[in-house]
Design a binder for this molecule. Sequence first.
Ligand code: BGC
Ligand code: CA
Length: 304
Amino acid sequence: MQVETLIEKSCTSIGEGPHWDERTQQLLYVDINEGCFHRWTAATGVDEVYKFDKYCTLVVPCRKGGYLVSVGQSICHFDWDTKKLTTLGTVDEGKDTRINDGKCDPSGRLWFGTMGLEKVPAKVEKHMGSLFSLETDGTIRKHKEGVSISNGLAWTEDNRTMYYIDSIPRKVFAYDFDIATGTMSNERAIISFGDEDSMENFKTHGFPDGMTIDTEGKLWVAGFFSSSVMRYDPETGKELSRVPIPAAHCTSCCFGGKNFDELFITCSAFGVTDEEKEKTPLAGSVFRATGLGARGKPAPVYEG
Ligand code: BGC
Ligand code: CA
């Protein structure tokens, strides 16, 4: 296994939301508190940036062209060429929240969640967030309330199970999933990073954050505060292996590259303490891990 620094310190706040765009061989990601949408082109190594005026936490290409992006509490369509931003819907109006992680399911509907605002990493008022979907006809549906930090999402190959992370209870949940109707049911916790109150395993695991799934159905979960991405078996809840990252706050990962065997990993520089700074001078960089013996597949795009 090799881990390299791919894009050095490109994020000054929370590097997040990596999405490999196979059509253009580009890595899309965000720098949340800066409101920045980054687009790194594999062929040239050039990292382009566009800044919105509020938090930007997710970017997903649209089949029809352009991207879905989140800006604060809104989901918008963004045309990179003209820089035209069109709001498609707003959630949590009147609440002190922002959108966080989001991803399309294999039918091309967007799933995204919200969280309370934080001044210090992962310190939020609990249960302020919800999980929503943006259907391909443009309607927004709420699926779950009482979420603390809405985070990683993944679906099994047969589309019958959805995985979802709420970082504060430190758990990955599984649901029975109906892809035709876009409904989730029968919640169960399948992976625990440790007890929430005693913060057991805090140094080794931290909080579960972003996640992706490989072709063997195993989950790759970023451990915020743990400097690593961990591979888990969702059937047994056991950790199988881990990728150590030279930065303290690892936020998310996705597979990409020509053969989908490269793991792109984002991390945060927000709230990194002086003590951590010495240990993690590369905070805010994007890393690439190869030689993992695992691969992913193309991430769905928005079909609406
Ligand atoms: C959020 C951060 C948060 C972290 C905790 C990220 O997805 O964007 O704001 O601190 O999760 O795990
Ligand atoms: Ca996240």
